[in-house]
Design a protein around this ligand. Structure first.
Ligand code: ZN
Length: 173
């Protein structure tokens, strides 16, 4: 190969690799979230001491959203169905974000996943209010993929929180 064809070959490879990478590269948060939601995410990221948050959009994804920490980078990843997210009522979008960040706070109990979900809902309620969580749970309740009993339990719990919620105290530093 001549020097020139090696360069052309390298460039072509680079283009292909960039194409493959971009399929997995997270989209800019600002493309998906409005400023309000972005602010909410920033606050939770700060409080949870996460080194970053990325959203990985996926299509036709059940259970709609999952989240996990990239152990290598410490970046928290929320993988979700963006079209579905956009279809949620405004309040429900906040509830979902709070819920997913709540999973960063509470490790999953694989035996009783609903407990992890209750804890994640509780976390969300602190940041965006129980109403926002109920708004997204009402959407899940219409979806046969989800266990109706689990969703009912979660809605009931949020109704309880709504009734008995105490004002938050600012931490004294
Ligand atoms: Zn969950």
């Amino acid at each position: 190969m001549t020097g020139r064809s090696i360069i052309v070959w390298c460039l072509a490879t680079l283009v292909v690799l960039t194409g493959i990478a971009s399929a997995r590269i997270p989209r800019e948060l600002s493309e998906i979230l409005n400023p309000d939601e972005q602010q909410l995410l920033d606050r939770m990221q700060h409080d949870l001491h996460l080194s970053g948050i990325e959203i990985w959009p996926v299509k036709d994804f059940r259970p709609r959203a999952i989240s996990f920490t990239n152990a290598e980078t410490g970046i928290y990843i929320i993988e979700f169905d963006v079209e579905w997210f956009r279809s949620l009522p405004a309040q429900g979008r906040k509830g979902l974000l709070g819920h997913e960040l709540g999973h960063a706070h509470q490790p999953d109990d694989v035996m009783k996943p609903v407990i992890a979900d209750l804890a994640a809902d509780r976390f969300a309620a602190i940041y965006s209010g129980p109403e926002s969580v109920i708004a997204f749970l009402n959407v899940l309740a219409q979806d046969d993929w989800f266990d109706k009993n689990d969703i009912r339990t979660r809605i009931k719990y949020m109704e309880h929180v709504r009734t008995h919620q105490r004002p938050l105290q600012k931490r004294q530093n």
